[in-house]
Design a protein around this ligand. Structure first.
Ligand code: 5RP
Length: 224
């Protein structure tokens, strides 16, 4: 038995539970995806001064609610960044990029004092990358070259057909990569020429995960 009727009800509950961790009246970094969309709908109650969006889709949604969206160059830092994840582990390392917004998400998260991750418990995993392929954003001309380097690392890259990121690039989804040391693999993949960003968020991990489980909301901190 679950407290929640379905996965969307869990996402909604995680979003509601996140509100107390976010600044009232401040400037918030806002992620991308279906979980964050539930949170965006609640944001008017925080009476934010403004928001920095991690994608065009999020910017549109914020603006529709009357929330001012500012360019990241206008701020030197953010009190908090809130986002979902495709997978998250006990170190609060994440895989992100299912919605192809990973690069801007990583950039906005990097200037925030705190990363609040909101997920339902289907995203909580023992090891990253076993079920969800790791997205990487790649400069289009480098697609095949990057794919060959990924194969040499033991991964199995698949081109995400028909997807162009907000930055005009393409996405490769890497299957079967053994992500035992997320910090190292994040750096290794970022060093491949042509890679803009990879979807491992370990260098800048979450500070708190708000996880909606069948039993209710759990706030989880990193296990070192
Ligand atoms: C988008 C992301 C999202 O945070 C991730 O895909 C989770 O999305 P959802 O909340 O819809 O499951 O990284 O690039």
């Amino acid at each position: 038995m679950s407290l929640y009727a379905n996965q969307d009800a869990k996402k909604q509950a995680a979003a509601e539970a996140a509100l107390k961790h976010l600044p009232y009246g401040g400037i918030l970094g806002v992620g991308t995806g279906s979980t964050v969309n539930f949170l965006i709908d609640l944001l008017p109650q925080l009476e934010l001064e403004a928001a920095v969006a991690s994608s065009e889709a999020t910017a549109q949604r914020l603006k529709k609610l009357g929330i001012e969206v500012i360019d990241m160059n206008q701020v030197s830092g953010l009190d908090a960044y809130v986002d979902g994840a495709d997978e998250i582990d006990r170190h609060l390392h994440m895989i992100k990029g299912g919605g192809a917004a990973l690069t801007r998400e990583k950039i906005v998260a990097s200037i925030a004092k705190k990363f609040v991750c909101i997920v339902d418990d289907s995203k909580w995993v023992d090891q990253l990358g076993l079920d969800f392929p790791l997205p990487i954003e790649v400069i289009p001309m480098a697609r095949s070259a990057v794919a060959r380097k990924i194969v040499a690392l033991g991964g199995d890259p698949a081109y995400r057909e028909g997807v162009v990121t907000d930055n005009g690039n393409v996405i490769l989804d890497i299957h079967h990569l053994n992500i035992l040391n997320a910090l190292e693999i994040e750096k290794t993949i970022n060093n491949i020429p042509g890679v803009v960003t990879n979807g491992i968020f370990a260098i800048n991990k979450a500070d708190i995960a708000i996880v909606a489980t069948n039993q209710g909301i759990e706030e989880r901190l990193s296990v070192l």
